[in-house]
Every structure is written in C-alpha cells, then in structure tokens.
Design a protein around this ligand. Sequence first.
Ligand SMILES: Cc1cc2nc3c(=O)[nH]c(=O)nc-3n(C[C@H](O)[C@H](O)[C@H](O)COP(=O)(O)OP(=O)(O)OC[C@H]3O[C@@H](n4cnc5c(N)ncnc54)[C@H](O)[C@@H]3O)c2cc1C
Length: 335
Amino acid sequence: MILFDFELERPDTAADAVALLGRLRGDARLLAGGTDLMPNMRAELVKPGVLVSLGAIAPEAPATLPDGSLRVDAFSRLADLERSGVVHARAPMLAESARAVGGNQVREMGTLGGNLCQESRCLYFNQRHDYQFAARCYKLGGERCYPFPTNKRDTCWSVYMSDVAPALVALGADVEILSEAGGRRIPVEELFTGSGLAPLALDGAELIRAAIVPAPAPRTGWAFHKSTVRGGLEFGMAVIAVTLALADDGKTCAGARIAVGAVRERPVRASAAERVLAGAVPEDARLAEAAAAAAKEVNPLPHHGFTKRYLMDNIRVHLRRTLARALERARGARG
Ligand SMILES: Cc1cc2nc3c(=O)[nH]c(=O)nc-3n(C[C@H](O)[C@H](O)[C@H](O)COP(=O)(O)OP(=O)(O)OC[C@H]3O[C@@H](n4cnc5c(N)ncnc54)[C@H](O)[C@@H]3O)c2cc1C
C-alpha cells in the first residue's frame, strides 16, 4: 500500500509544535512513534496534509515532583517507561501497563501520548475501504454501521483499546495539555468523550505534554490484568486496572479505583463496584460482589468476535482476581 503525499514538519520544541498545529488547523496531525497513525494513514482512515513530527523533541526523564507525584513526559517511549527505575518505584502499574502494549517493536517506537490518543478500533473500520466494506461507515462519513446496523449515525461503538489509559485512570492521574493559549491540566478520565466517532476531548491544536501520577495513599495496593487470546502481541479483549487502599486498621477498604478498558468507547470507571468496597472489609465474598457489580455496570460492547456475555464473564472473573492481588499488595504496603 502506498501512502498519499503529505508535508512533514519537525519542530524543535513542544511550543513550536502547538504553534504549527494552531496555524494548520485540522489539516495537521501529530506524529509520535507512528505505530497507530501510520497504519491508519495507509488505510486512509485519516488523510492529513501535514504531519508534525515530535521526533526532534527529546522527552524529559520521569521525575518525582515536590508533592511526591510522578511526572512522565508524554513523548516518552513505552519501552523507556517499562525500563525506568523511577516509574517502577513510584508507579509500577504504569510500567506494567506499558509492558502490556503490543510487542517490543511497538513499544520501542510507541509513546505514552500516542498510546493515549490512539484511534478507536472496530473490525469494520480499521482496514482499507476500497476493496472490502467499500461503503463507508458512519465514522468515515458514510451511511451505515456494519456491526450494529440499527445504530443511528451519531452512534459509533468502536472500542478504545489503550492499555495505559485504564492504569492511569485507576491511579487517579492527570494529563498536562499544551496549546498555543497555554497549558491546562485535567484528570485522564476527562480526556475521553465516550463517543466512538471522536473518542478524545482534545482540540486538534492541542497536545498531551505529560501525565502526572499522584503519590499513593498509605497502604495502597494495585493490580493490572489484560486478557488476550495469545497472551501477547495484541490488543486486549478486556483490560482491568485497580488500586485499593486500606484504612489505618489495615483491614477496612478506605477506597478503590477500578478502571476497565478495551470494552467501550472509553476506559470505564466501575463506580458502583468501588462503592461496594469502600468502607467494607474486603473479604472474598465482597470482592466477588464488587466484580459482579462491575461486569454489569461496565456493560461491555461486543467487539472483535467477543460477545457481551463472554466479556461480562471475563470482567467478573478477572476483576475478582485483580482485586485480590491489589488487596494482597495493600496488606504488604508500608503505611
Ligand atoms: C501491531 C500493533 C500492536 C498494537 N498493540 C497495542 C496494544 O496491545 N495496546 C495498545 O494500547 N496499543 C497497541 N497498539 C497501538 C499503538 O501502537 C500504541 O498505542 C502506541 O503507543 C501508539 O503510540 P505512537 O507514539 O506510535 O502514536 P502515533 O501513531 O504517533 O499517534 C497516534 C495518535 O495520537 C496522536 N498523538 C501522538 N502523540 C500525541 C500527543 N503527545 N498529544 C496528542 N496527540 C498525540 C497522533 O496524532 C495520532 O492521532 C498496537 C499497534 C500495532 C501496530
């Protein structure tokens, strides 16, 4: 497959990158590792006139801020996060979620910002449309939805499959967003619109500059699980990320954050399940109750051949185990 013609800009600073985005309005796309964008350009799912490469801007090393939070440059390669001693020490779930992405080559090229801003996926969308499914779907400006024919044109159930986003949501992280107008900081949860048509709540002239992961409360445990068919080299069928904090007594759950990814248009917070745990002693039965509540409230979309029923069972079973692992770590964590 041959790529169409486009211009390439290679700014030296993030400020220059957003100035270019602002000037080119809509016709430009950021190019980080290119592992998501390039395949999508080859399939002509997106046809930017200009690519603004971030390749000349060296990412800053992950650093601990005075308030104990961890700042991770969004231009960092996933493989560097996987290898970073600081990330392992301060936010091990971020390192583990980075390690879960694709294979070595994807992680050596792919960046944190690109991972968060990846396009959503659907068996009928991520492919060339000139020889198969030739009539365009709603997301491409067409007149139909192949997998869900009764959907209206404003509804697209393509799924958002970042492995790192659910981990950042469970960690309560923020992202720093940069535009010509300056910077703003929002919780990672607010980065998503909830619509498969345009999954990201980012203006085309903004970029993600960093993720900020707060220091965990004392006695906090974490756990991450990604279900795949082959156990590697592929997108998740469901991704689960959990943090669980114990109260001073070391027994009662002070609070939990549960995020489920790869099954909806955005990573979903399982708030009802979190409420089942908060203030309770998280015995096995309570963990199972929370996991069952989450499977229901997440209400997974069938995707890539996995049925809703199967995905609900998957979430119920793996969330119970993931919560148990987080609890174990919380019990081991120094207060
Ligand atoms: C074989 C294969 C397997 C994969 N497996 C997985 C997987 O298991 N899990 C997973 O999560 N992903 C997977 N991916 C998707 C993708 O490769 C990764 O998510 C990767 O991290 C994307 O990062 P990138 O730097 O290459 O992004 P790019 O392709 O450069 O960019 C992706 C999108 O993000 C935008 N963008 C990039 N950086 C920024 C920024 N700082 N601010 C705002 N917008 C930005 C780009 O404009 C583009 O729209 C896979 C891809 C391939 C090809």
